[in-house]
Design a protein. Structure first.
Length: 184
């Protein structure tokens, strides 16, 4: 295949390999930037020191952070647009039912919520031996605006605490429980 592209001219081969090398260098140079962007996104800290009975592997930790951040993005969009279907990719079980009900209630009353997410501090407290469940607590820094149509009803900045249960699927981690805890 390469021989057809560059022919038998050795100079073309050199340019071809130089181009491939440049693409690889640029691609590899982007990895630290992507990792840093993941760490500076919605998940501000991810503490696995208290995880038991099993430690959380680095690849699992990165996947959970990525999927948890994505789940919050979809939840924020779902609450603002009153679109429960946006939850399907990242939520399952009780969490999906709970937030679908909240969206239905909002929609029936002509309300919506706009959330500005300032970040999350997750602390893993349990990771099952078979890797089928992870429990964590989340301290979320959120600005919540309650709206009726385009009219702003009220706005508040909250430090909300959640109990989170995550479960792995074929290709991602989904939120099974996202229960707000009482203050204190």
């Amino acid at each position: 295949m390469i021989g057809r592209v560059v022919g038998r001219n050795p100079r073309k081969w050199g340019r071809w390999f130089a181009a491939i090398g440049a693409v690889l260098v640029v691609g590899l140079a982007a990895i630290p930037a992507m990792t840093e962007r993941l760490r500076s996104g919605p998940v501000q800290s991810f503490d696995t020191a208290a995880a038991a009975p099993r430690q959380v592997e680095e690849t699992t930790a990165l996947a959970v952070q990525r999927d948890y951040a994505h789940a919050w993005l979809s939840l924020v969009s779902a609450l603002e647009g009153n679109r429960a279907d946006l939850l399907n990719e990242n939520f399952t079980g009780v969490a999906r039912e709970q937030w679908q009900d909240a969206i239905l209630t909002q929609r029936q009353n002509g309300l919506s919520r706009h959330i500005v997410d300032h970040g999350h501090a997750l602390r893993v407290t349990f990771y099952s031996l078979d890797g089928s469940a992870m429990e964590a607590t989340d301290t979320a820094d959120l600005e919540v605006e309650y709206r009726e149509g385009d009219k702003l009803l009220t706005s508040e900045r909250v430090l909300a605490h959640y109990l989170v249960l995550l479960t792995p699927t074929e290709d991602s981690w989904k939120i099974r429980v996202l229960q707000e805890l009482p203050p204190g």
